[in-house]
Ligand binder design. Structure first.
Ligand SMILES: [Zn+2]
Length: 426
């Protein structure tokens, strides 16, 4: 860690020299921006995005006369027309605005003397000690420091995607797919435009409220795919949690789209990553890579959730497996959909129920596996049934489904993905 201290001091020396040269250009006050520790991060492109974000932050907040920017060391000097006291206070606010602002190091110089921004020396970003003390005493391991920096970067990319989402076609089509799936009527047990069926705590409009909130986050998932290049799943998960909170706020704590949100977060992110090479192989490949080991990492952690109970009792993995396997069932369902002549959406919904592990359905069967397989079998028959009374039969069957409180939300989520693939002219 002594070597780390040496790197920090060497950099300080370079900043000092640059400031001496810059001095003639500034009349009274010089302001410096330094990204501390980031020379040890190997992803220079991500550091550059953060550095440029900090530069823009300063340009937005101060009237700047002159700038010197050093992209090799990620530091910049500014001559700023501002009262020193105001400058110090504004800089302190900027340093404390976000968790990742901890990586910005601002200093104000008056005729080459540093004006201390903080009343106390800066604290370590891992513990409560002073930063310099931890560095001198080697308190934290390299791994610990790197992990913390990675965490700050995750926060930064989540913030950037949330604050400046890019409008795009995938998000619009994803919203459209959710609304179409909802509107297909009649369905079995699921909420549709005619009835809440087996879902007494929500209705058609609860879903509209929820879906319209999600559009913003769909744009965020897309944006993240463009800006971020590391820790993608954990960043996507953080954005997903924000989206989930917005959904629960819109529905007054009712789970309308949790499953669909999870699937679309990954689908939109992956489609954005495919760029012009949007095809089944690429979607599948990128999704598999992004979601590698998802089931083993997540299912054992949440054994009391619906997914966890299904996994513990029967080894059924649900939608996590669908993304980990690269949307195999979604593409199967899409191929089935394209071949249908009548009641395409409804038939595809039943087909999906017959091929996927729908943990929502298993839960509504009170985890009775025989009942679950019986319904899957019925769905298989319904997907292929040819009858001029098709809708009549569904309506009749729906009566018993509602009576028995049955529904298959997981299958409806995959149907939304199928409609999405259709809308993007896949
Ligand atoms: Zn410390």
């Amino acid at each position: 860690m002594q070597e780390l201290l040496k790197i920090v001091l060497d950099k300080k020396e370079r900043i000092y020299k640059a400031r001496q040269e810059f001095k003639s250009d500034f009349a009274v006050l010089c302001f410096s921006l330094n990204l501390s520790y980031l020379f040890i991060k190997n992803n220079k492109n991500e550091v550059k995005i953060l550095f440029e974000f900090a530069l823009n932050l300063l340009k937005d907040n101060f009237i700047i006369d002159n700038i010197y920017i050093n992209y090799n060391d990620f530091f910049a000097l500014f001559s700023i027309k501002e009262d020193a006291f105001i400058l110090k206070n504004k800089a302190m606010l900027l340093e404390n605005e976000h968790s990742f602002s901890r990586l910005f190091d601002f200093d104000v110089y008056f005729k080459n003397n540093v004006i201390k921004i903080r009343k106390q020396a800066r604290k370590c970003f891992i513990c409560d000690e002073l930063a310099l003390t931890c560095m001198r005493n080697n308190t934290h391991s390299k791994q610990e420091i790197y992990a913390k920096i990675d965490e700050f970067f995750d926060d930064f990319f989540v913030y950037l995607s949330y604050k400046y989402p890019i409008k795009n076609d995938f998000s619009t089509k994803a919203l459209r797919a959710l609304l179409y799936e909802l509107s297909i009527s009649p369905k079995l047990g699921l909420v549709d435009s005619l009835s809440s069926n087996s879902h007494k705590d929500m209705n058609f409009f609860t879903f509209i409220d929820s879906a319209s909130e999600l559009k913003w986050y769909f744009d965020c998932f897309y944006t993240l795919a463009y800006k971020s290049s590391k820790n993608d799943f954990s960043r996507l998960k953080k954005l997903g949690i924000l989206a989930e909170n917005a959904m629960f706020k819109a529905t007054k704590n009712i789970n309308t789209h949790k499953g669909a949100l999870f699937l679309f977060a990954i689908m939109i992110f992956v489609c954005a990553r495919c760029k012009k090479d949007l095809n089944f192989e690429n979607i599948s490949k990128i999704s598999k890579k992004l979601c590698a080991n998802l089931c083993s990492n997540e299912l054992n952690k949440n054994l009391n959730s619906i997914g966890g109970i299904c996994f513990k009792k029967y080894g059924i993995k649900g939608i996590r497996d669908e993304v980990e396997q690269g949307f195999i069932n979604t593409f199967k369902a899409y191929n089935f959909y394209k071949k249908q002549d009548d009641f395409k959406e409804l038939r595809t919904l039943f087909y999906i129920s017959s091929i996927i592990d729908d943990t929502c359905l298993l839960k509504r069967c009170n985890y009775d596996i025989n009942k679950y397989y019986h319904i899957k079998n019925t769905c298989k028959k319904l997907s292929l049934l040819k009858s001029k009374n098709y809708v009549k039969i569904i309506k009749k069957l729906n009566y018993f489904y509602v009576k028995d409180n049955l529904s298959f939300g997981g299958s409806a989520d995959i149907l939304s993905l199928v409609l999405f693939l259709k809308f993007i002219n896949f």
